[in-house]
Write a protein that binds this ligand. Structure first.
Ligand SMILES: [Fe+2]
Length: 366
């Protein structure tokens, strides 16, 4: 007999059973292949969670992808970065934020793992690295005073605290006192000056407001342009952004940047921050991306895109930034004296600042 003659004839019950068995086996193998055997993927994507501006970061990520062949997947958030990290701690491999204070809070909640990289230690000055390696900054910007070129002489300006003096009554504009930028500034003042001076400053500042705190930083420059006020607190990079934008140039041209406290310890700065989450699978490529972001060429690109001050750039500042604070004692071609306050100190001051703001109803409609 041949083997062929042993096969059950088509249509027989035994043949049907064999076909069914074969189909079940194939299905089972598929299930095993899909769900049980660990899937071997190609190089994994590096997953980034960020509250920074997409148009600033996307070109840098694209360049990194081209150079390394690694893929970067980014979730861009407007706000709520810390809450998102708390609810989905390993959703991303790394976090990039415009507000490194948030990383100090994340560190306290055990949401970060240390960055182990000789390249980053070598590139980033110590004062921009958290001592245990939990996070570091790639750039900073002054929380500065913007003033009317028409109605204020720079000689009239000096310190943050001077903005609380009676001569500025009804002349100050600013966004909400509770915005992260202001919480960080006020938290640094609390660390540097202590509670009595900080409370007095906040009360005087509130008394001098021209209108209810609100809007964003550029909105305050616009208000100066519209003669609603004469001075405002805003971040230094907004000058570059306004002067580079057709519809905001007039706001930038109507105002100038003053770096406060240059003769009294330096201006307070806001630091952007980068860190690894506790996700374990992708540490090496994620660290590679962090290293890339502090390479001199990337830093110079970042500075050109954002008008922030890079921590490790090689090139000179952009022309616009070189003119910031021109003529101000202590400022040389846009480079200003920074009052360094460790983030570990400012982050823990946030609640105290919120209580001070609440006590004087800082944002109350005027
Ligand atoms: Fe901003």
């Amino acid at each position: 007999m041949t083997a062929r003659s042993e096969a059950p004839p088509p249509g027989s019950p035994r043949r049907a059973r064999l076909v069914a068995l074969a189909a079940a086996t194939v299905a089972l193998l598929l299930v095993i292949a899909l769900f049980v055997v660990p899937r071997r993927r190609g190089p994994r994507e590096i997953r980034v969670l960020t509250d920074r501006t997409e148009s600033h970061l996307a070109p840098l990520f694209a360049e990194f992808e081209r150079a390394t062949g690694l893929a970067v997947r980014v979730v861009y958030l407007d706000k709520g970065l810390l809450a998102r990290l708390e609810s989905r701690p390993t959703e991303a491999d790394l976090v990039i934020t415009k507000d490194a204070d948030l990383l100090e809070l994340a560190r306290g909640k055990g949401l970060l793992q240390p960055v182990a990289s000789e390249a980053i230690r070598a590139a980033v000055p110590e004062r921009f690295r958290e001592p245990s390696g939990a996070y570091f900054s790639d750039a900073y910007r002054a929380r500065a005073i913007f003033y009317s070129r028409e109605r204020v002489k720079p000689e009239e300006l000096s310190t943050y605290e001077a903005l609380a003096e009676p001569r500025w009554r009804g002349r100050v504009c600013m966004r909400s006192g509770y915005h992260d930028y202001n919480l960080s500034l006020f938290g640094q003042m609390l660390a540097a000056y202590g509670p009595a001076r900080t409370e007095a400053f906040l009360a005087g500042l509130k008394a001098n407001l021209a209108r209810t705190p609100g809007g964003d930083d550029r909105g305050q420059a616009r208000a100066i342009y519209e003669k609603k006020c004469d001075v405002a607190l805003a971040n230094s990079y907004y000058m570059g952004i306004m002067l580079s934008s057709a519809d905001q140039r007039a706001w930038g041209e109507a105002t100038a940047v003053f770096f406060p406290d240059q003769l009294q310890g330096g201006s307070f700065v806001l630091r952007s921050g980068l860190a690894l989450t506790t996700a374990r699978e992708n540490v090496a490529p994620a660290t590679r991306l962090l290293e890339y972001l502090v390479e001199p060429a990337t830093q110079d690109r970042l500075a050109a895109l954002t008008f922030a001050y890079p921590v490790a750039g090689k090139a000179e500042l952009s022309e616009i930034n070189q003119r910031l604070g021109a003529g101000q004692p202590g400022v040389v071609r846009g480079v200003f004296v920074v009052h360094d306050v460790p983030l570990a100190e400012t982050a823990k001051n946030r609640e105290a600042i919120v209580r001070m703001l609440d006590a004087i109803q800082f944002d109350q409609p005027r």
